[in-house]
Design a protein around this ligand. Structure first.
Ligand SMILES: C[S@@+](CC[C@H](N)C(=O)[O-])C[C@H]1O[C@@H](n2cnc3c(N)ncnc32)[C@H](O)[C@@H]1O
Length: 428
């Protein structure tokens, strides 16, 4: 476990450190793939050797994952002559990479072009609350459709698509849960339903379809729907704000456990969570550290919608661009800076600095962008921020530059077992 210290701990290399990769995979080496030399090893590592070679030669000599997979994709039987080893072993080999990236360049383009369809299907199924109507038993699609107010055949087709991704299982007598589809139940303690619904909100979806505006101008496309931007929009649309709040809690569920086990928050008597949303991180911190006190700071509309605060937690409504922030020993900013471009992010940090006693700790908890081409999650988030809020993901160097401008000195970057990292800095 890491804790506050003046010594750098698990510092990652500046800007070019990919997330740790499994080192026991003989396929992964410093120089990339042993079969084709491809350096994009994260995706590539999921492919069996025959596919890796196929990528290298770029021609159609790649074995499909199985005969049935080939049939599904190409609507014609797999030519026996194309098999280079026995079908059973190919099936076995390819079964491990059923959801791996497609092998051939044209399939890659096809697949990415259409990946939006699967995402949209997931939003809709979450919106219809299909998962809530399935428990331990398989449920007939007619019944599911009537419970959700859907057309049975259409719902069946959409669910079949999700089944290909491991979301729901399709049996002769209907649909059952998989581990992933169970997370779409709204009553699951780690529910991701809110997250899927948020990405499908019309305001988000329209911003996505207007991404060209962001690319042409650099401004968030969401501003076409509301010139006040995402936060202004949510303030005047409480139902969407409710879905957004649920989504933030949903996406943070798994991250919080990883964050708590990676850093000793118990060293700080008072912790302020700035832009802490519903206070889910802060509450977990206080539960883990019985002597700590917490202050949640967020916009008035967010704070006012909350249930009464539990013990040791106080709340301060306000705007971090206009109002003073609370005094604390440590300041947590989880996925807040990435909502903003550099000038605004620097203003937020300056506001924290103005409130913080000398020597106070700043903990920026978010994705730290790696400049390698393999940081798929980071680059997806980066484009989401470009489109929705005008923010950005940042490399360690970019965080350092913001910290230097605003009176902080970075101490370390702490890995967690999840996608988040903790950039720890001290107010100087
Ligand atoms: C992406 S959410 C992150 C929420 C939470 N920290 C988490 O990671 O789950 C960003 C938060 O910043 C808050 N926020 C946006 N603008 C703000 C402002 N001007 N002043 C205070 N909070 C603001 C939003 O209300 C929201 O709760």
């Amino acid at each position: 476990m890491s804790g506050p210290s003046d010594q750098p701990r698990l510092d990652i290399l500046r800007g070019d450190s990919p997330r740790p990769r499994p080192s026991n995979d003989p396929h992964l080496g410093m120089s990339g793939c042993s079969d084709c030399g491809r350096s994009d090893v994260r995706v590539h590592a999921t492919l069996p050797p025959t596919l890796r070679k196929g990528i290298a030669n770029g021609r159609g000599q790649v074995q499909p994952r199985s005969k049935s997979h080939y049939m599904e994709r190409h609507q014609r039987p797999l030519p026996e002559s194309s098999l280079r080893s026995d079908p059973a072993s190919i099936r076995k080999e390819y079964a491990m990479s059923e959801s791996a990236a497609p092998a051939l360049p044209h399939e890659l383009i096809w697949s990415i072009t259409n990946s939006v369809v699967t995402g949209r299907a997931l939003h809709l199924v979450a919106e219809l609350r299909v998962a809530d109507h399935i428990d331990a038993e398989t449920v007939d699609v007619e019944k599911l459709a009537s419970l959700c107010g859907a057309d049975p055949e259409a719902l069946d087709r959409v669910l079949r698509l999700l089944v290909t991704q491991g979301i729901f299982a399709r049996h002769r007598d209907g649909y059952a849960h998989t581990d992933a589809s169970r997370l779409l139940r709204t009553d699951h303690p780690m529910s991701m339903s809110g997250f899927a619904r948020m990405m499908g909100l019309p305001v988000m979806w329209s911003a996505m379809s207007n991404m060209d505006h962001s690319v042409r101008t650099g401004a968030p496309a969401l501003e076409l729907a509301d010139p006040k931007g995402l936060w202004g929009y949510l303030q005047s649309h409480p139902d969407d704000a409710g879905v957004f709040g649920e989504a933030m809690m949903a996406k943070a569920q798994a991250d919080i456990a990883a964050i708590l086990s990676s850093y000793d928050f118990g060293a700080y008597p008072t912790i302020a969570d700035v832009g802490g949303g519903r206070g889910h991180l802060l509450q977990a911190l206080l539960e883990a550290h019985s002597s700590a006190r917490g202050v949640l700071f967020d916009l008035p509309g967010v704070i006012e919608a909350l249930e009464p605060a539990p013990q040791r937690l106080s709340r301060t409504p306000g705007d971090f661009f206009a109002d003073p922030l609370p005094r604390a020993d440590a300041y947590v900013l989880m996925e807040v800076l990435h909502d903003w471009d550099d000038p605004e992010a620097a203003k937020i940090l300056a506001a924290v600095h103005a409130a913080a006693p000398a020597g106070a700790t700043l903990l920026i908890i978010e994705n730290v962008l790696s400049e390698t081409a393999t940081d798929v999650r980071g680059h997806i988030l980066d484009v989401i921020m470009l489109t929705f809020t005008g923010g950005r993901e940042r490399t360690v160097d970019q965080f350092d530059s913001l910290l230097d401008q605003t009176g902080f000195r970075r101490r370390s970057v702490v890995e967690t077992s999840g996608p988040m990292r903790i950039v720890e800095a001290v107010a100087v």
